[in-house]
Ligand binder design. Structure first.
Ligand code: GAR
Length: 197
């Protein structure tokens, strides 16, 4: 039986699109749900247009009550019988209360070569530090932000004159290759890290 995947996002969802596109044929998983904290996320409209189930859980009515926000997400997931959660540009921090029960079944893509540059503004920080190399990481999600066992990494060069946007675009191209490759392995039970190129 195919694994049922929920993809969480907050924005345009280009990673979500690459994951959805990959889950065909003999792939061991299928997209079952796209969930966002923002009703105006481009990825939600796209997924709905593809006939994929969507859910929006707005974080704002919950204010600082992250537990209530997360309980609402958990409740929305139940009817879909989700096996794996892929965070794909989901810009809300999830606490241990949500993460711990999903540990081992939830993965994330982060736009840096972890453990370097956890958190936000990774490309600005990498350029300011004079890095010669950047990249992205797919990892299992644990209660610590951008920690958790690495499942794959892809590297790109930093070029002379790079801006954060130029570097982000170069890394994003690799994200679209790395994340589907890692999800396919992960859904088949393979957690050996994949290093690209
Ligand atoms: C991606 O670059 C992803 O790595 C990053 O947000 C972008 C989402 O783009 N994620 C994070 O920064 C998580 N901390 P997308 O909506 O086009 O997939």
């Amino acid at each position: 039986m195919s694994k049922r995947v929920a993809i969480f996002l907050s924005g345009g969802g280009s990673n979500m699109r690459s994951l959805v596109a990959s889950m065909t044929g003999d792939h061991p998983a299928r997209p079952a749900l796209v969930l966002s904290n923002r009703s105006d996320a481009g990825g939600i409209a796209w997924a709905a247009g593809q006939g994929i189930a969507t859910e929006v859980v707005d974080h704002r009515p919950h204010g600082a009550d992250r537990a209530a926000f997360e309980a609402e997400i958990e409740a929305r997931l139940v009817p879909y019988g989700i096996d794996i959660i892929c965070l794909a540009g989901f810009m809300r921090v999830l606490t241990a209360g949500f993460v711990t029960p999903w540990q081992g079944r939830m993965i994330n893509i982060h736009p840096s070569l972890l453990p370097n540059y956890r958190g936000l503004h990774t490309h600005v920080r990498a350029l300011e530090a004079g890095e010669h190399e950047a990249g992205c990481t797919v990892h299992e999600v644990t209660a610590e932000l951008d920690e958790g066992p690495v499942l794959g990494q892809a590297r790109v060069p930093v070029l002379a004159g790079d801006t954060p946007d130029a570097l982000a675009a170069r890394v994003l191209e690799q994200e679209h290759i790395l994340y589907p490759a890692v999800l396919r392995r992960f859904a088949a039970g393979n957690r050996t890290p994949l290093y690209l190129p």
